[in-house]
Design a protein. Sequence first.
Length: 262
Amino acid sequence: MVPEPAPARTVRSELRGAVLHVELDSPGTGNAVTSAMLDELLALLAVPDPAVRVIVLSAAGRDFCLGGDRDELLAGLDEDPTGGRIRAYGDKARRVCDALVNSPAVTIARVQGRATGAGFALALACDLRAGADNAVFRLPELALGLPVAWGGLLPRLLHEVGAARVREIILTGRPVGAVEARELAILQRVVPEQELDEAVAEWARPITRRSEAALRVTKTLLASHASATRLADAAVLDSELMASVLAAAHYTRSLADRGPAS
């Protein structure tokens, strides 16, 4: 038997000294987040290397990430109308974002172009976020018939930005440009795209000289204080919410396709 070719990788990584560079590498799809991409990210992030002080999350192509792969999600519903595949995907998404948040290394998002839905969530899970002046953030979930339930995005966004502004961004689905994103603390730094690598390096250089123990304890303290401001973290239900909404929509469409009962 001829072995099947290995699936194309969608994430590239390179260790440079104490900095691990992780790049979403599916520019032809706008770096759409598939289940395979989440597996690759988990393999890189789930077991921290104590020698790594900084993790830089970037993306190839014009856009950082255009969100979850909707074709894969719909195919998963066709295979399992109860939403089991969606739940598995959502659980992986949460684990990836939690790995970024809870990493003992300082995580830096390098954002250019559009960061939509899941792309927004991946960037927001990082400690520091530098964006090109062409960066645009958007949450179009309502227009797509989806809840804002991916990787624990909503509680993090509420904590970082504030309820009133988040409510308006989600309900309208409008884009948030780089300058406004900096004002809202979605980004902490905005530079021309050609200066983005240097902006990230300016953050990374001093951090790589910090002790592993000091970084680990500081990251733990910051995460603890952030979580202490929330009475409960409903993000644990993200995968269930997404699966139930999509499964219900899929069931409604299937009834419509059958037509009236005879």
